[in-house]
Design a protein around this ligand. Structure first.
Ligand SMILES: C[S@@+](CC[C@H](N)C(=O)[O-])C[C@H]1O[C@@H](n2cnc3c(N)ncnc32)[C@H](O)[C@@H]1O
Length: 264
């Protein structure tokens, strides 16, 4: 993946070893709403400089870098996909953020880090890839310091029980999509020892964003095309994005952002 990323940035006229957060936004924000959605969650969670954050299912590390650069946090990103972890490390070096970011490859249910080491668990668009929610939440509880917060921006199942239009960015088949209903997610969080602080349904904003980006992706190529999500998700990305917009519009999936606090 790194070789492909480097070639794509060179083709766009960028030095792959010296990149800005603007230049990489197309390949490091693998969630609806891009950086605006991450800033919205950071504001909701009242992030403070110096807080220690664990970015679970960090992908190529976009939120980890944003939280370091804009909020002064130190962030460890963890992801099960080794190629994403390598790309995340390389992108943090290229953007000058390697000191504030560290990445490791692990399953979210078994993270080889000391307990109580984090003030915040941050998770965007990753739980729908995970079949073992109770084990993941138990790990969050272990890793958070007393009073720590969980900040979630997640895709959940909607009220419409029709099958999802597939592929979507997180799954090519129904067998690999582990969407939970909002109520079930909230019950699991409570059972794991997390109390809600505030939870919002942001489906309408997410749908408007996806529709706007879908029109852009299907349109003419601009003169200088920066690498975009197709480099990560493959050429099927336009179809995945269209299906995601359709699933949102039909109420098959919904988007939540929220903050929970560890109950002690
Ligand atoms: C849609 S991506 C979101 C990436 C990132 N949070 C973002 O918003 O840009 C979902 C990520 O979850 C990761 N993932 C899936 N199952 C995981 C697991 N069991 N443990 C850790 N990461 C996992 C995938 O490798 C992928 O990078």
């Amino acid at each position: 993946m790194i070789v492909r990323l480097q070639a794509a940035f060179r083709a766009a006229g960028c030095d792959p070893d010296r990149l800005t957060l603007d230049e990489i936004a197309g390949i490091d924000q693998l969630h609806l709403g891009g950086r605006a959605a991450s800033r919205s969650l950071a504001a909701l969670g009242e992030l403070r400089p110096g807080e220690r954050i664990l970015d679970v299912g960090c992908g190529t590390g976009g939120a980890s870098r944003l939280l370091a650069a804009e909020y002064g946090c130190t962030v460890v990103g963890v992801d099960i996909t080794a190629a994403f972890v390598s790309a995340a490390e390389r992108l943090s070096v290229a953007t000058g953020l390697a000191e504030q970011n560290r990445f490791l490859c692990a399953d979210a249910a078994r993270i080889p880090l000391a307990g109580g080491a984090f003030d915040v668990i941050w998770c965007q668009h990753a739980l729908m890839n995970m079949s073992h929610l109770p084990a993941v939440l138990a790990e969050w509880r272990r890793l958070l310091a007393p009073g720590g917060r969980v900040l979630l921006h997640e895709v959940v199942a909607g009220d419409n029980p029709e099958p999802l239009a597939l592929p979507v960015p997180w799954a090519r088949t129904a067998a690999t999509s582990h969407l939970k209903r909002r109520e079930a997610l909230e019950v699991s969080l409570a059972a794991a020892g997390f109390g809600p602080v505030c939870v919002h349904d942001v489906t309408e904003t997410a749908l408007a964003w996806r529709q706007k980006h879908g029109r852009r992706e299907a349109g003419d190529a601009p003169a200088r095309r920066l690498p975009g999500p197709a480099l990560i998700f493959g050429e099927e990305f336009v179809e995945m994005g269209r299906n995601l917009a359709g699933n949102l519009a039909a109420g098959r999936v919904r988007i939540l952002e929220g903050v929970w606090r560890r109950t002690d």
